[in-house]
Design a protein around this ligand. Structure first.
Ligand SMILES: NC(=O)c1ccc[n+]([C@@H]2O[C@H](COP(=O)([O-])OP(=O)(O)OC[C@H]3O[C@@H](n4cnc5c(N)ncnc54)[C@H](O)[C@@H]3O)[C@@H](O)[C@H]2O)c1
Length: 309
């Protein structure tokens, strides 16, 4: 049987997880990462397949870009392989453009790893390969050494494969915002959200993933969603997604405001307690109250009722 040689370019979250998935199936796997030279090992000059797992940040601001593919281009330019498979999230059309620029064989395959239980507890038993059909079949041939025949392989064009990754991230973000919206509605209606959620997910048309609402963090906030949802919304000027982002921002801001207000209140109570226990006030509660109301203007009742901690 042919031994496939594989290079993983970029050993962050995706590169590391990909290594763990491919390792132990008779493939020769090397890794390179520009910030972690201790991981760099090249046992071949040219690899059968190179996976590109480098970061593609969103750069906000006037000269920003919705999704910066510079490192993807560098990774493909600086390495040699029969086939490059881009795992990094890139805007639709990027794979085709880099293929034209570098004249190398390049396809796109979206990645589904994540950093939380909302992703890691799920088994992704499918691979999407987008690009030239023969190139996609080359990747699938190699992955058939890793997965068994239940694994589903789908071939499409690179643009569709690129866009489906954004569609998925935008959908999950929307679902979190939708649930947070109903959490707010439930609070106003005097309904327990958790009970509501459990009834909601009884319907098999509603998948339960991403329906939890965390009271201390009622909004989405992850490395990928934070960069990918604004990127696709901006790039295609998508009003619905922009409204989802605006709603999420408002949830985050009101949560921050609330936390700041709580913090401020806590600090003022501590100041008051400190002042209140100062011996200079003796037992003269009236004087103390006068001082407190003139100095702070609030909290007198709360203070007298609140035990010192
Ligand atoms: N983190 C996820 O769960 C996840 C899931 C799906 C898709 N993605 C996408 O995959 C890509 C990588 O994400 P990540 O979370 O692994 O990023 P990361 O920042 O954790 O890792 C990227 C690594 O690539 C290295 N790198 C950058 N340029 C390089 C180059 N030219 N040559 C060699 N190494 C280089 C960096 O040093 C870094 O260690 C991003 O486009 C991201 O949107 C991430």
């Amino acid at each position: 049987m042919k031994e496939y040689s594989v290079l993983i370019i970029g050993y962050g979250v995706v590169g590391h997880n990909l290594f763990r998935e491919l390792d132990g199936h008779g493939l020769l796997i090397d890794t390179v990462d520009k910030k972690r030279p201790e991981l760099n090992q090249r046992r071949r000059n040219r690899y059968d397949v190179a996976f590109v797992c480098v970061d593609t940040p969103r750069i906000a601001g006037e000269n920003g870009t919705p999704c910066d593919p510079s490192e993807v281009i560098n990774a493909i330019r600086d390495n040699d392989a029969y086939l490059f498979v881009i795992k990094s999230t890139v805007l639709p059309g990027t794979t085709e453009a880099i293929r034209g620029l570098t004249k190398k064989r390049i396809i796109f395959s979206p990645e589904y790893y994540g950093g939380t239980q909302h992703c890691n507890n799920f088994h992704f038993d499918f691979t999407i390969a987008g690009g030239n059909r023969e190139d996609c079949k080359k990747l699938i041939g190699m992955l058939q050494r890793v997965y068994d025949a239940r694994h589903q392989f789908r071939i499409t064009d690179s643009k569709t494969a690129e866009l489906v990754k954004y569609m998925e991230n935008a959908y999950l973000a929307t679902k979190v915002s939708f649930c947070n919206q109903f959490f707010q509605i439930a609070e106003k209606a005097g309904v327990d959200y958790e009970e509501l959620r459990e009834l909601f997910v009884l319907d098999e048309r509603v998948n339960p993933s991403h329906t939890f609402v965390y009271r201390d963090k009622p909004y989405w906030d992850s490395h990928c969603l934070n960069k990918d949802v604004p990127a696709i919304a901006e790039y295609f000027d998508a009003p619905f997604l922009k409204s989802v982002i605006a709603f999420n921002d408002s949830c985050r801001d009101s949560c921050r405001d609330r936390a700041e207000r709580e913090q401020e209140k806590k600090k003022r109570m501590q100041d008051i307690r400190k002042e209140f226990t100062d011996p200079k006030w003796g037992d003269n509660i009236k004087k103390t109250s006068e001082f407190l109301s003139s100095y702070y203007g609030i909290y007198i009742t709360g203070l007298l009722d609140t035990p010192d901690k």
